[in-house]
Design a protein around this ligand. Structure first.
Ligand SMILES: [Zn+2]
Length: 283
């Protein structure tokens, strides 16, 4: 449930990755006078379990919650942090205020028959109250924390929490270590460039929204995966291949390098989605 399968790793002095196997990760950064949380998780009970874990580390108040992006499993716990300032990208706020898009997710989740489906009905979607467009520098507990926006990718409002002195970045869902990201809300061509910029940050390790803590090499591989998927699909379109042919061709190419990744079984659908997105743009 909200706490099983959770592992907390101190990735740098006072910086913790709260990894949740098969579900969504969060970050905890302890400063001199308060705590910063990265992602509030999927429903209030998951947020409360996260708060319990913070209390095992420190009694300092939670001052900030950073939303890496608008997706429900990262941000629908926001309402459990009424005392904190919730920060996200301007587009993250817009997406969370988009009632149609949020209702689509809500319907999917409440009918999914998961242990959190019932609770999801009670969620009060709480968008960031402080937003920025390209970069926000926070001076927190003796370190600088840079919130960076590098362009659209997994959503229109993905941000990265970059800790230059720790050579560490929290990547949300834009990059995982050996895992296929969810692409169905993605901006696939933009993702290539955003992924490249992300992979050029001077870091040693990254904490993703899903899966284990990765090393820089895995961030480069995550960029290569999206690049190969998108450029491969583009090539097929240029060669006037059908959607079906494109999916088969690109899938086969990706399988050589990435076939063992978590979630590889959903790549075919993602290629079809990418195909349609590029096609619609070019016509
Ligand atoms: Zn996501």
């Amino acid at each position: 449930m909200a706490n099983s399968g959770v592992e907390i790793i101190e990735v740098s002095d006072g910086v913790f990755a709260r990894l949740h196997e098969g579900l969504t990760n969060a970050g905890i950064i302890v400063g001199d006078e308060g705590v910063m949380i990265i992602d509030s998780l999927r429903v209030p009970s998951f947020a409360r379990a996260l708060i319990e874990d913070v209390r095992k580390i420190t009694s300092k108040p939670i001052k900030y919650v950073i939303d890496t992006h608008s997706h429900w499993d990262h941000s629908w716990g926001n309402e459990e942090f009424p005392e904190a300032t919730i920060i996200g990208h301007q587009n993250c706020r817009s997406e969370m205020l988009d009632i149609e898009a949020q209702n689509l997710w809500m319907n999917k989740i409440v009918t999914s028959n998961e242990s959190w489906s019932e609770e999801a009905k009670t969620v009060t979607i709480t968008p960031p109250e402080m937003t920025f467009n390209s970069k926000l520098s926070m001076y927190f507990g003796g370190r600088v924390i840079e919130l960076r926006y590098l362009g659209r990718a997994h959503t229109s409002g993905d941000i990265f929490i970059f800790l230059p002195e720790d050579k560490l970045v929290f990547t949300g869902d834009v990059a995982q270590d050996s895992g296929v990201p969810f692409m169905m809300d993605g901006y696939m061509e933009d993702w290539v460039e955003t992924g490249r910029l992300l992979s050029e940050l001077p870091i040693d390790r990254f904490v993703s929204g899903h899966g284990p803590v990765g090393e820089h090499r895995a961030l480069v591989e995550a960029k290569d995966f999206i690049t190969e998927l998108v450029t491969g699909t583009q090539e097929c379109i240029n060669n006037e291949q059908s959607e079906q042919e494109s999916v088969e061709l690109v899938l086969k190419k990706l399988d050589d390098h990435f076939g063992y990744w978590r979630g590889f079984d959903r790549v075919a659908d993602s290629i079809a989605f990418t195909f349609q997105q590029i096609l619609q743009k070019s016509t």
